[in-house]
Design a protein around this ligand. Sequence first.
Ligand code: GLU
Length: 386
Amino acid sequence: MNKEYNGLNDFKKYLNSKKRIVLKIGTQVLLNDKDKLSLSAFKRICDFSYSLIQQQKEVILVSSGAIATGKDILNITSPSNNFSIPEKQAFAACGQAILMKNYGSFFKKYRIKTAQILLTKDDISSRKRFVNARSTIYELLKNKVVPIINENDTISYEEIKFSDNDHLSALVSNLVCADLLIILSNVKGVYDKNPVLHKDAKLIKTIGNIRGFIEDFKETSKSLQGTGGMKSKLYASYIAAGAGIDTIIISGKDKRNLDLFVNGELPGTFIPSLNNNINKKKHWLLFGMEKKGQIVIDSGAIDAIINKNKSLLASGILAVNGEFKKGEGVYIVNAEGKIFSIGISNFDSKDIKRIKGLKSYEIKAKFGEGAFSALVVHKDKLVTAD
Ligand code: GLU
C-alpha cells in the first residue's frame, strides 16, 4: 500500500479525517542554537497544537526535554551527555516541573488546560496498567484537557538508559487509539541520503514499505540518516504502522512548516500504516508487553503454531532460556534462535523445564493426574512476530 499525498487538497482532506493525534516533541525541538531551552519553541508547539484543536482534533503530547531542562536549571553547562543515571534522573526531576509549567503557560493563553502523565515501561507492559492509563487519558480528552506524557525518568533506571520517547510515542499512539502520530524533529523529514553531507539529498515524501525501508536503512544508515535520531523515529513509525496508525515526520523547529501543515500541505515525510485492521491487543503483545525469556521449540511445533493455528504444547519444547513467571511474555524461537512468535506463558520457566519434551500422558505418569497440563502457551495468547 503506497498512498501518496502530493496535492494540497488531498492532504487537506486526509488531515480532516484524522481526529486524534499524538504529537511527539523531541528535546532538540525545545532547544535553541545554544542548546538552551527556548520559550519560543514552547510557544510554537502550543500554537501548532491549538491550530489542530481548532480543527476539531484531540491532541496528546509526548514531550521530551525534562533532562535538558533540569540541566539548564542546575546551570550545568557541560555539553557532554555523559552523565550518570542518578544525575540524569535528578535533572529530569528538576526539569519535568518546568517543562509542564512552560506548556501550561502557553496553552493557558488559549484557555486550554494541561495534565501531566508520566509512564514507565512497566505501565505499558502490564495490561491492567495499560488499560488504566488509557481510561485516564480518555477522561482528560473528554474534558478537553491536553495530556502531556513523558517517561517517568526519575524512578526508572532502564527508561533513561534504554528507551527513548520516539518509541514511547508509538506505544502511546496505540494506547490511545490515535489516528495519526506526528513526530516533530529537528530536520524536515527523512532524506534519501545524509543532507548534511550531500547537497542533492532529497526529502522522501512517502515511505510506502516502512519495514523494507528500515532494513535498508540499517545497512546504509550513514548515507540515509539525516540526523542521529532518525533510526528510532523510523522504528517508532514502524510500530505505529503495525497498529494501523500513520506517521508524519516534520520539522518542529520551523514555524513556516508547521503553518503549512495546518493549512493542508505536507512539508515532511509520510509513513502510512501497514494494516488498518490490526488487533490492538495483538499489537500490545508484540510491542508493549515486556518479554522475559525464550521458549525454544522443534519444527513440528513451529508447523503446528504457524500453519495450523495450534497452541504450544510441552512435547514440542526443546529448551527454555531465561527466567519468567506464569503470565509473563516470552519469545518463541526455533533451535537457531530465530524469533517467530510471542506469547504469554501458562507456567513458570522452572516448571516448563520439568515438562519439556513430554506428551500429555507422560506428564501425567511422571507428575500425577492434574499436576501440570501439557498446554504451555494457548493459541489465543500467541502472535506471530512479523
Ligand atoms: N524522557 C527524556 C526527557 O524528558 C527524553 C528521552 C528521549 O527523548 O528519548 O528528557
